[in-house]
Design a protein. Structure first.
Length: 479
């Protein structure tokens, strides 16, 4: 009997060997992935951190003083380390996004091509390059010197920190190469694999040039000649030209692909944020027609009230964030046509050839922003007619005029709103109690984990930039 059982077991085992590999493969966790899927995941992960409202990562609606906090105002008082905000940005950018993009490149480069598929492959690699430049540039603009040349290499667990300016200028070269490589008439990623432009290479070309213009204006104070050359080249190459064009990710009503801010404001069940008095007071003074879009009228029709920035506020006593953030499929926008116009206005004011005057481009930018938020031409005209808004009569220097209106237009893009304040040095921000103007951060400090795991390299970087403090200005941030 025992022998019979033994024979039967042997027979069963031999009968199974033909399908052994298939039966032992986890279909839900494949060992091999495509370059397209890695690009898709990297896009979603990075845009998730750009658009979410978590105090553990995206605190920039607070730093830009668009929002105030309710129960826990620590982030509005510029506490960065307690929730490991810098660590979380490193993890998301390096581990979740850049590493996936790097692997996607390797996979795509290894694929054979012919005369038909070669242009498609080239376009895919150009789109990956644009995405990489966006993420690397964000890291430089947050921290300064960063691991770059030795990053993403598992054989170098303690990568050196590269000079921020050197990295930034290398990114410009990479972006220019990506722009040159794009064949707008050929396909790129499929619509399902491209969460940004659904394979439209013409829009990717405009996106790359629009981003080039943004990078150019970062350098306007530190390297005016380089800035001018880049800006004029970007305009010649073609940037966003209407409010229908932007750089955004489309979200859905189905989890887990809902707008990240919706997840934090609605699905969390929390009530952590209200409008900040900083922006609401300015918009009330200017009778800004975008107030009803930026904020809800939960206090009464036409009533907008901001909570005290830097302090705890009762959620029900102040205006809530706009209804669009309480909708699951609101798009996550990181660059709009109106921002491009403000960049052109600044460039024109500096003497760059933008084809129009700074005053004309400023008016177009303000109008575009109002229309982007669902306002009317009549509302835009009336707003611009106010002496406190019109370029010729608004108070302050050109930096104050353009900076303030650009900051207003960038509501919900907290990172860029905060960066606009860093660059333009316009007045109007509030100072939390017990702090000073110098306490408002101009960078994130380096991650705590880096101090533990890569301490020697981090210390060298801190010394090179002038100290690892929130008040250390980066190379392009010249007062």
């Amino acid at each position: 009997m025992k022998k019979l059982i033994y024979i039967l077991l042997i027979g069963i085992c031999f009968n199974c060997t033909d399908n052994f590999e298939e039966l032992n493969s986890d279909k839900k966790n494949p060992a091999m992935v495509t370059g397209e899927s890695l690009f898709n995941n990297a896009t979603e992960r990075f845009h998730h951190i750009l658009n979410n409202a978590s105090v553990n990562t995206n605190v920039f609606r607070l730093y830009a003083q668009y929002w105030a906090q309710t129960t826990y105002p620590d982030e509005s008082q510029y506490q960065q380390v307690q929730r490991k905000i810098p660590d979380n940005w490193y993890a998301r950018c390096y581990r979740d996004a850049l590493k996936d993009l790097d692997e996607a490149k390797k996979i795509l480069n290894a694929e054979p091509t012919n005369s038909i598929t070669a242009p498609i492959k080239k376009n895919k690699l150009a789109v990956i390059a644009i995405s990489e430049v966006q993420i690397w540039a964000t890291l430089v603009e947050l921290f300064g010197d960063i691991p770059y040349s030795e990053a993403l290499d598992f054989t170098k667990p303690n990568p050196k920190y590269d000079d921020a300016k050197t990295v930034y200028y290398d990114l410009i070269v990479r972006l220019d190469q990506a722009i040159a490589d794009i064949e707008a008439s050929s396909p790129g990623f499929s619509a399902n694999s491209d969460l940004v432009h659904e394979g439209n290479m013409g829009m990717w070309l405009k996106t790359a040039n629009s981003f080039k213009l943004r990078m150019a204006m970062r350098l306007a104070d530190s390297d005016p000649q380089k800035s001018r050359t880049m800006a004029e080249s970007a305009i010649k190459g073609g940037v966003f030209s209407s409010i229908s064009e932007d750089w955004s990710v489309t979200y859905t009503t189905n989890a887990p692909y809902t707008n990240p801010a919706y997840e934090d404001l609605v699905l969390s069940g929390r009530s952590d944020y209200v409008a900040a008095n900083t922006i609401v007071d300015i918009m009330n003074t200017l009778k800004d027609p975008r107030r009803g879009k930026y904020f809800q009228e939960n206090l009464g029709k036409g009533v907008f009230k901001g909570g005290k920035y830097g302090s705890g506020n009762a959620f029900t006593s102040f205006s809530s964030a706009g209804e669009f953030l309480y909708v699951a499929d609101s798009p996550g926008i990181c660059m709009r046509y109106s921002e491009v116009l403000f960049l052109k206005a600044e460039a024109a004011q500096r003497g760059y050839d933008m084809g129009m005057t700074a005053a004309e481009l400023y008016a177009m930018a303000v109008r575009a922003s109002i229309l982007e938020w669902g306002g009317s031409e009549q509302e835009a005209t009336a707003y611009l007619a106010q002496p406190s808004v019109a370029f010729a009569t608004a108070a302050g220097s050109w930096r104050q005029k353009i900076g303030l209106q650009k900051w207003l237009a960038l509501y919900n893009n907290g990172l860029e709103g905060w960066t606009t304040w860093r660059l333009m040095d316009f007045t109007g921000f509030n100072i939390p109690e017990g702090l000073t103007h110098d306490d408002i951060p101009v960078r994130l400090v380096y991650p705590v984990d880096e101090a533990t795991l890569n301490g020697d390299m981090l210390q060298k970087a801190a010394k090179a930039i002038g100290g690892d403090t929130p008040g250390t200005r980066l190379f392009w941030d010249i007062q």
